[in-house]
Structure formats: structure tokens, C-alpha cells
Design a protein around this ligand. Structure first.
Ligand SMILES: O=C(O)CCC(=O)C(=O)O
Ligand SMILES: [Fe+2]
Length: 324
């Protein structure tokens, strides 16, 4: 499958050859500067795991809507569970997205001090009552977290901070693993309502599995939409807005969208890597100079995430209006 987006073999990140490791870090750095998007191959997530998750996604999204709504995300204080069609509106100029979702995060039991204190985005996961589900998904969350940290060590090196810079900031992260089902588009005419409207991701980096249906598009520097086609055995990785802020836009947070394919269901599974909630997102020393001062004010991870959720979810706007 041809694509101008870089495809990076990350096997050397897991080997002991230091030169090979640095070469991959260099390729990631170039891809993040040029595109903010790239594919990774030879990652440690097995094809068997992906098949299990895909089976689970088909089973869950195939349930009657009332059953899925037992874990309705709009009734969750900490943003976990099922988001029905049109719950999210990624492009404010377009109707709400034609997709349904399941979101999980870093599990904290109800009696954890941070949960008892009502800390935003903290709490237990809300899994559907399907056999084997919690074990499969909690394991996958951990494995995606480990993969994200491996990539972030290379990113840290490229950005001129110690290689453990991000590890320390991802001890109890607010990363989200999400499953998405895009129902088929019925007509060849470009739909007003897109699968996922044009947007940039909020977090640090996103690692996306997409099935073979296609439909993901990325905006290039000329503002044209190009396809990011499915490539067997890969993840698509992209930079989010927090990393753009950290790197003072040295790394691009690139707009992307999903045009639902005609007549076929599409499934995708992004893992959004987002640090510990109190992490300060502040321009890194190596990414600023007298001629290139910080472009963004400092913020914290959770304040930033909450402000972005309020933009894309009507129920979140209503929740913050009720508090204020
Ligand atoms: O489903 C996809 O391929 C992309 C989804 C996406 O961009 C997102 O959820 O942020
Ligand atoms: Fe996205």
C-alpha cells in the first residue's frame, strides 16, 4: 500500500544496539517534524491480540443500544464507558460524528484517595458484562502504555531531555484506550456528517490500530487531505496538541479526519497517551531560544484535557456550566 507517510521499523528500540536505537529516534524526530504522523511496524502487540480485540468490538457494538447505554459515558463522572452515535462533535463546523465509542483509562478503585477527593478523570473503568472482557482490556491498556513509553523515550532523546523524562510523567497517566465503530456510509455523495470530523488530538501521542476498511485522512502542509491507508501489522502514530506545546511546535499536531467507507463497517482503536494529570506542560528548554520564545502559556495536563473535552462534548459543556 503506497503512502507518503513515513513507515518506521521500531524493532531496534527493543534491541541492545545503541546505534540502531539512535537511528530510530532520529527517524521518529524527522517524522514528527515533517508530518506529525507516521506508521510503526515490528511493534510488540501481537496479531492474535488485535484479533481478540476486534472480535470483542464487534460483539459489544452489536449489542442493543439500551444494553450499551448501561455504561453511558455521558453519565460517567470521569469519562469512561460507551458513547452513542453523535455524542462527540470533533469538527464544530460539521454535524456530530457518525461513530460510537468505548473509552477506558487508568483504573483507580472507588476507595482510592484521588477518587474519594473527586479528582477529575479519576475512577474505576466501566467494562461491559461480557466474558473475559476486563482481563483482555486491562492487559491491552498496560501493553499500549508500555509501547507509548518506549516511543516517548526516543522522542525525549530527540527533544534534548533525559530519556526518562516522559516515564516519570506517565506513572499514573490519564491515557485513554478507545474502541470506535463507524457504521457504513450509504451514499457516494460526500456526507455532511463525517465518521470523525477534522481535528487534532489533545494529548501527547496517539497510537492507532485501524482495520482494513480505510477512511483515515491526514492534512498535509499544503492543506490537502491525503489518505492514511491501513497497512497490515502497523499502528499509525501521531503527535497531539500537548506534545506540540511541549516542543513549541517543533513537532506538528496534524489535523486528521475519518470519512466512513461506503457500505462497510469500520473499526479502529486509538490509544491516546496522556501524562499524569498534574503534569505541567511547559515549553522544553531545548525547544526555545531568544528568536523562538515559547508560543503557549504553561498549563497542566488535566486542565488542558478538560478544556478540550468541553469543546467536543455537549454534555461536558452543560456539566461545566452547571458548576460555574
Ligand atoms: O478512527 C480513526 O482512524 C481515527 C480516530 C481519531 O482520529 C480519534 O479518535 O482521535
Ligand atoms: Fe484523532
Amino acid at each position: 500500500m503506497h503512502t507518503p507517510l513515513p513507515i518506521i521499523d521500531i524493532a531496534p528500540l527493543y534491541a541492545s544496539d545503541v546505534k540502531g536505537w539512535h537511528e530510530v529516534a532520529r527517524q521518529i524526530d524527522t517524522a514528527c517534524r515533517d508530518w506529525g504522523f507516521f506508521y510503526i511496524r515490528n511493534h510488540p502487540i501481537s496479531a492474535e491480540r488485535i484479533a481478540q480485540l476486534k472480535g470483542a468490538a464487534e460483539q459489544f457494538f452489536g449489542l442493543p443500544v439500551e444494553q450499551k447505554l448501561q455504561i453511558d459515558i455521558t453519565k460517567s463522572t470521569h469519562h469512561r464507558g460507551y458513547g452513542a452515535i453523535a455524542t462527540e462533535q470533533l469538527d464544530p463546523a460539521k454535524p456530530s460524528d457518525l461513530k460510537e465509542t468505548f473509552d477506558m483509562g487508568f483504573h483507580m478503585p472507588p476507595d482510592h484517595p484521588e477518587v474519594l477527593a473527586g479528582k477529575p478523570l479519576r475512577g474505576p473503568n466501566r467494562h461491559p458484562e461480557l466474558e473475559g472482557w476486563p482481563a483482555l482490556f486491562e492487559q491491552h491498556y498496560q501493553d499500549m502504555h508500555a509501547l507509548a513509553c518506549t516511543l516517548l523515550r526516543a522522542v525525549a532523546n530527540a527533544l534534548g531531555v533525559e530519556s526518562g523524562f516522559f516515564d516519570k510523567r506517565f506513572i499514573e497517566p490519564i491515557s485513554v484506550f478507545r474502541m470506535i465503530h463507524y457504521p457504513p456510509r450509504q451514499t457516494a455523495t460526500a456526507p455532511e456528517q463525517q465518521g470523525a470530523g477534522a481535528h487534532t488530538d489533545y494529548g501527547c501521542i496517539t497510537l492507532l490500530y485501524q482495520d482494513q476498511a480505510g477512511g483515515l485522512q491526514v492534512q498535509n502542509v499544503r492543506g490537502e487531505w491525503i489518505d492514511a491507508p491501513p497497512i497490515e501489522g502497523t499502528f499509525v502514530v501521531n503527535i497531539g496538541d500537548m506534545m506540540a506545546r511541549w516542543s513549541n511546535d517543533r513537532y506538528k499536531s496534524t489535523p486528521h479526519r475519518v470519512i466512513s467507507p461506503l457500505g462497510v463497517d469500520r473499526y479502529s482503536m486509538p490509544f491516546f497517551a496522556e501524562p499524569n494529570p498534574d503534569t505541567i506542560i511547559s515549553c522544553l528548554p531545548g525547544c526555545q531560544s531568544r528568536d523562538n520564545p515559547p508560543k503557549y502559556p504553561d498549563t497542566t495536563c488535566s486542565a488542558y484535557m478538560l478544556s478540550r473535552f468541553a469543546e467536543t462534548y455537549a454534555y461536558r459543556r452543560e456539566a461545566s456550566a452547571a458548576v460555574n
